[in-house]
Design a protein around this ligand. Structure first.
Ligand code: SF4
Length: 402
């Protein structure tokens, strides 16, 4: 499906002809026969003394599959035009590199006036699965360029909630990362149709506790705004805009944390309003795919693998939360792809605390039996998972039967 500026007409990209071409291309880039085989045999692969256990749900979600299909379809249908991708189609460097290989050009996620000035009416701009800020969409339309909108339906559901909040003069408290494309897109919708709405983005429990304190007992508004300088709507005043609140969340957050945050905020409003919660709303907007991957990981961890590999882009929110879950119980390594498994001793992995890729040693036991749990974020294709499985087996000195 494609949305387009008025007057530019609508084009159905997903015709049977286009889609059969797209499916063949997508499969050749991202499919893995090995991963499908392991899935079909219950998610377990036993080779010699090494057992690979896959989570029941991992990898590409429906929203990502759709976004990739649409991007490839745009490449086919508009092969005679310049096609730009706004930021990243999803948070996976290998997939984004494939987009570049298809000839799709890069436009920053937040384009500058000079970037917009380059666009002409014949150009195509692909909006990624996380969506885009309203100002960005408006600027693209103003240039007359055609938009291929791959925003996931689950993200659009959040937008409907926060827009409604704005219409009813309820401030949206968004549990999310203020730098994440999806949260920025959601925040822009929380301003409402006339721009008079308000939002506050809350990253974690600590920030939620700060908001709760202000709701309960007020305080120094300037100091409060210092904490939320880059995470609040223009003109946000905690004295005024925390009176009626509605909690929504980035679709890929940790479910348990989101629930805790909404409980804290509800309790704070109830305590301020004499037990009344009429000024509080909550809509669970964690998407089904994120939830399934988190649940499946808990199940995998209950089978106590010796270590866990989480595969995905380092800027992928849902993948990061899988790593957080894993780290609570098992040695967990967050890797981009098989090339990170340098040797049986060394592994290049992303350290969530240091926020950088680091080299560690002693990650893979050479002898004895070993069970390796594997999961992957919603933006990780199966071919990267297969490469990683093959590398683990190689480093363990195992021969994968044909
Ligand atoms: S992770 Fe959820 S919200 Fe994001 S693209 Fe996938 S299904 Fe949609």
């Amino acid at each position: 499906m494609e949305s387009s500026p008025s007057g530019a007409g609508r084009v159905n990209l997903r015709t049977p002809d286009v889609m059969s071409h797209v499916q063949a291309q997508v499969e050749s880039h991202y499919r893995s026969a090995l991963v499908e085989r392991i899935r079909a045999q219950g998610g377990v692969l036993q080779v010699g003394r090494t057992t690979i256990r896959l989570a029941k749900q991992f990898g590409f979600c429906y929203g990502v599959e759709r976004a990739i299909d649409l991007a490839y379809a745009a490449g086919k249908v508009f092969s005679d035009r310049k096609i730009f991708l706004l930021g990243e189609i999803i948070h996976n460097p290998d997939v984004n590199a494939q987009m570049a290989d298809l000839g799709i050009l890069h436009l920053p996620a937040r384009p500058s006036a000079e970037d917009f000035a380059e666009l002409v009416a014949e150009d195509i701009v692909i909006i990624p699965a996380f969506g885009a800020e309203t100002a960005t969409v408006d600027a693209i339309k103003a240039r007359g360029a055609r938009i291929v909108d791959t925003t996931c339906g689950d993200v659009i559901s959040v937008w409907k909630r926060v827009r409604q909040n704005a219409v009813e003069q309820v401030t949206s408290i968004i549990h999310g990362k203020s730098v994440h494309e999806e949260t920025r897109a959601t925040a822009s919708r929380a301003l409402g149709p006339d721009g008079s709405g308000h939002y506050l983005i809350v990253l974690d429990l600590d920030q939620a506790a700060r908001v709760c304190d202000f709701i309960r007992q007020g305080g120094n508004a300037a100091a409060f705004m210092e904490t939320f300088r880059d995470s609040a709507s223009p003109g946000f005043d905690p004295e005024l805009h925390l009176k009626r609140i509605g909690v929504a969340n980035q679709t890929t957050m940790l479910r348990s944390e989101t629930e805790e945050i909404q409980n804290l905020l509800r309790a704070a409003v109830a305590s301020r309003d004499g037990g009344d919660t009429a000024n509080f709303r909550y809509f669970d907007t964690i998407c089904g795919a994120t939830q399934e991957r988190q649940d499946a990981l808990f199940q995998l961890l209950s089978e106590s693998p010796d270590l866990l590999l989480v595969i995905g882009g380092y800027n992928s929110s849902n993948t990061t939360h899988l790593v957080e879950i894993g780290k609570k119980s098992q040695p967990t390594w967050f890797v981009r792809n098989a090339s990170c498994l340098r040797s049986a001793d060394e592994i290049l992995h992303y350290d969530l605390d240091k926020k950088e890729e680091v080299l560690s040693s002693g990650w893979l036991r050479a002898g004895g039996t070993l069970t390796v749990g594997i999961t992957a974020g919603a933006s990780c294709p199966n071919n990267l998972i297969e490469d990683t499985i093959r590398r683990v087996l190689e480093l363990r000195g195992e021969q994968l039967p044909g």
